[in-house]
Write a protein that binds this ligand. Structure first.
Ligand code: GRG
Length: 320
């Protein structure tokens, strides 16, 4: 089954994404590596194994799509990389934690992640749980401690971002999305339940990434709202493509086990609406996202949405 959309692709292949954002990806990986550097681990705490599991689950692999969204949103709204980078690393830590915990036998039970054994396979279940726990708490500290304050990033703006982060990572975000997802495994569900699961399980971090980028650039409330809506559309499109890839791709190409949604009887768009209608929904969400990015009111002079538009293309057409 071809996953390419009929609409012309802004990014023709995932390699273009890697090339287009090569500098950004390198910067994010370097900073994450610094925050999780072995030297930062106090050897007297005897936690080297835990630290290693945190590094293994966070550093090696991952498309860093949420990072790029946050950085490009911040830049589009007139902010700088320095302002958003600690938050970006916090987002990647939470994302890594959600994957580590999602792979556990008591959750989605997957042995393969990012092309290598899942953290619990490589380090054991208790270490995987604890590595995820440590990453959650560390993420909050990073935003609070490392974000540089200035006239745009005031203590109040930073507090708003941290409070928002707490919401999207807990019961107004990833956790309730995951809970409802598991609750409906092998059970009947409505389109509303399906959208709820995707909105929270995947959409929450997309919305946060774009909103934090805009907020830390000092954007107006209206612009922050617009980027939140963009995150909702892109998060949903990303998850629908994920569902389509689960059917059409291979474990080797994805770096995670393909074909599991059907076996686990997951609530997915292709299962609920069929592959063709799902692809059409992605196309619609993609068009609506591009229209949001064409809106210039409240944006700084010289506003250039090209990078964010390229990301819309990548999200809709990705093959891994
Ligand atoms: C955040 C406190 C807290 C708990 C997490 C386990 C859990 C609760 C939530 C699961 C959320 C989850 C795994 C959603 C799936 C989202 C998704 C499509 C992930 C794959 O994202 P990619 O393709 O991954 O961006 P890479 O490996 O490229 O980073």
């Amino acid at each position: 089954m071809s996953l390419m959309m009929s609409q012309p692709s802004l990014v023709e292949s995932p390699f273009d994404y890697e090339r287009l954002f090569a500098d950004t990806l390198q910067t994010v990986n370097q900073r994450l590596g610094r925050y999780l550097d072995k030297d930062a681990c106090d050897a007297s705490l005897e936690a080297e194994g835990l630290w290693e599991a945190m590094r293994y689950g966070t550093l090696d692999g991952g498309k860093r799509i949420r990072s790029v969204l946050a950085i490009e949103a911040c830049k589009a709204c007139g902010g700088t990389l320095a302002q958003i980078l600690p938050t970006v690393c916090a987002i990647e830590m939470i994302h890594a934690q959600s994957l580590i915990h999602d792979d556990l036998p008591c959750m989605d039970n997957d042995d393969l992640r990012r092309g290598k054994p899942s953290v619990h396979k490589a380090f054991g279940e208790s270490t995987a749980v604890l590595a995820g726990d440590a990453l959650i708490a560390m993420a909050f500290g990073l935003i609070a401690r490392e974000t540089p304050l200035n006239d745009k990033v005031t203590p109040a703006a930073l507090l708003a971002v941290i409070t928002d982060f707490s919401d999207v990572t807990s019961v107004r975000g990833l956790v309730n999305g995951q809970y409802v997802d598991i609750l409906h495994e092998g059970k009947p569900y409505t389109p509303e339940i399906l959208e709820y699961i995707h909105t929270y399980k995947t959409g929450a971090l997309f919305r946060f990434s774009l909103r934090a980028g805009a907020t830390l650039a000092g954007a107006s409330e209206a612009v922050v709202e617009r980027f939140t809506l963009l995150g909702q559309k892109l998060g949903l499109a990303f998850q629908i493509v994920d569902d389509l890839l689960d059917i059409a791709s291979t474990s080797e190409a994805l770096g995670k086990t393909a074909g599991k949604d059907q076996i686990q009887e997951k609530a997915t768009y292709p299962a609920c609406f069929g592959a063709e209608a799902s692809r059409q929904t992605v196309e619609r969400l993609s068009r609506e996202s591009l229209a949001l990015l064409d809106m210039t009111d409240g944006m700084p002079q010289g506003y250039d949405p090209a990078a964010l538009k390229a990301l819309v293309g990548f999200i809709s057409n990705r093959i891994k």
